[in-house]
Design a protein around this ligand. Sequence first.
Ligand SMILES: [Zn+2]
Length: 106
Amino acid sequence: MSAQKAAQVLAREEHPHDEGDLSQQSHEEWIFLNRNTLDIKLLREVQDALRRIEQGSYGVCYECEEPISAKRLDAVPWAKFCVSCQERIAAGAEMGHAEAFQEADR
Ligand SMILES: [Zn+2]
C-alpha cells in the first residue's frame, strides 16, 4: 500500500459517515494493519541489531558464535544467525521444533 493509499484509509476512519464501499474499506484496513504488524516485527529486529552494536556483539552468530559473513549482513543487516545456523533453524521450524531449538540455546 502506498503512503497515499494509507492516508486515504486513515482519513476515512476519521469520517465514518462518509459514503464509501465498506467491504473495500475493511479489506484495505486489514492489509494496512497486517503490513504494520510486519513493520513492527522488522523494527524490533532492527532495534535488537542496534543493541548488539552497542554491546559489541553485532555480526556474531547467536548459535555458533562465528562471525556472520559481510555478504549476509549486507543483505540482512539485523541477522542474528550465520547462514548455516539460520538454515538449520528454518529446517527445524518447518518440522515444528523451533521452540525446542531456542530453549536448547539458552
Ligand atoms: Zn552460526
